[in-house]
Design a protein around this ligand. Structure first.
Ligand code: FE
Length: 352
């Protein structure tokens, strides 16, 4: 039987009436979304987000930019910002965003119980404004043909005159280095930290350029003998199937500095609920998801970071090979708070 146009339109009307009567609305109007501003520049995170959507039905709209870009965008958008969750990759930036009023406090028993206080923003009773979900160690990579491990087993030694012209490092004012230097201020005091920065600058093999991986490659290429890098960049090379990456790993060694003293500096990647979040419940749900065992495993097994949640079993051959290490215990919020002081020091020392 064929439908006349009038029968067809009647069917459409009936379908519409059914929707109204039962309260059913088309799927698109019902869909829950979460607007995520992310500075995490790692492909392996796709599955992390996909699993959240699978488990909750909440679709993630992602805006990717670096830390500075995200903060500028949040500032510019103000109360009109669609951002619900913000993910950044550095303690100093998280601290900065908190100071600038870009986040809102979150009271969550799950987050309080799972994320150690060392890796959270200050909690004045209404909850923290940011939470660290993974850590990365700032390690030293050296050329074993030119240096012995004992020559580079502490950050302090980067200023040793014996290393003159041998040190490679990305820009001193990159957040990863600002946080490292902020940590050194906590451990050595401002005066010694500045003298150390001066010595470090004098030891540079070249003007800072490129990212952390470029510094590792420069060691393998003989341009310098020791470099400063986040641990995950080295682990990524260790897991690479590319023969050139394998050659870089074969030509270098890693040291976790300050094992005999205050421990290796660790930075965090962390998240927060945006000040003007419209989907607040989904935002908190997402942060709690990032603290779950499965998400914590993604940070380690996918992107070679370390979980902040204790007791999460991971299966990453590179992290296993790098071994366990003693990390510093200074709260990352304190390190972040030192950033402005570090910046002034860098200006005085002339380290770009
Ligand atoms: Fe990075």
């Amino acid at each position: 039987m064929t439908s006349t146009p009038s029968r067809l339109s009647r069917r459409v009307w009936l379908a519409g009436a059914l929707v109204l009567a039962t309260g059913l609305t088309p799927a698109v109007a019902q869909e829950r979304v979460l607007n995520l501003y992310s500075a995490r520049h790692y492909q392996t995170d796709e599955r992390l987000y996909g699993d959240f959507t699978k488990a909750t039905g909440v679709r993630i709209n992602r805006v990717d930019a670096d830390d500075a870009g995200i903060l500028a965008r949040l500032q510019a958008e103000g109360s009109a910002s669609p951002a619900d969750v913000v993910l950044l990759v550095d303690a100093a930036r998280l601290w900065r965003a908190e100071q600038d009023g870009l986040f809102q406090p979150v009271k969550s028993a799950v987050l309080e119980q799972r994320i150690p206080a060392q890796f959270r923003g200050a909690d004045g009773g209404e909850g923290s404004r940011w939470f660290g979900f993974s850590t990365r160690a700032r390690v030293l990579v050296y050329d074993p043909k030119r240096l012995k491990a004992e020559q580079v087993d502490a950050y302090e030694k980067l200023a040793d005159p014996a290393l003159k012209g041998l040190v490679c490092m990305r820009s001193g004012s990159h957040p990863y280095n600002l946080s490292l230097f902020g940590s050194v201020i906590e451990h050595l005091g401002a005066e010694k930290a500045e003298a150390w920065l001066r010595g470090l600058k004098d030891n540079l093999a070249r003007d800072p350029k490129g990212g952390d991986t470029d510094q590792i490659r420069a060691v393998a290429a003989g341009e310098c003998a020791v470099a400063v890098t986040n641990s995950y960049y080295y682990a990524r090379l260790m897991r690479s199937g590319n023969p050139a990456d394998k050659a870089v790993v074969d030509a270098t060694r890693v040291v976790f500095p300050n094992q005999a003293t205050w421990g290796t500096h660790v930075n965090i990647s962390g998240g927060a609920v945006a000040r003007h979040a419209r989907n607040r419940d989904a935002a908190v749900q997402f942060l709690e998801y990032l603290a779950s065992d499965s998400a914590q495993r993604y940070f380690a097994d996918g992107n070679n970071e370390y979980p902040t949640v204790g007791g999460v079993a991971t299966e990453n051959p590179a992290l296993t090979a790098l071994g366990r290490f003693k990390a510093e215990t200074v709260p990352v919020a304190k390190v972040g708070a030192n950033t402005a002081q570090v910046q002034r020091m860098l200006d005085r020392v002339g380290l770009k």
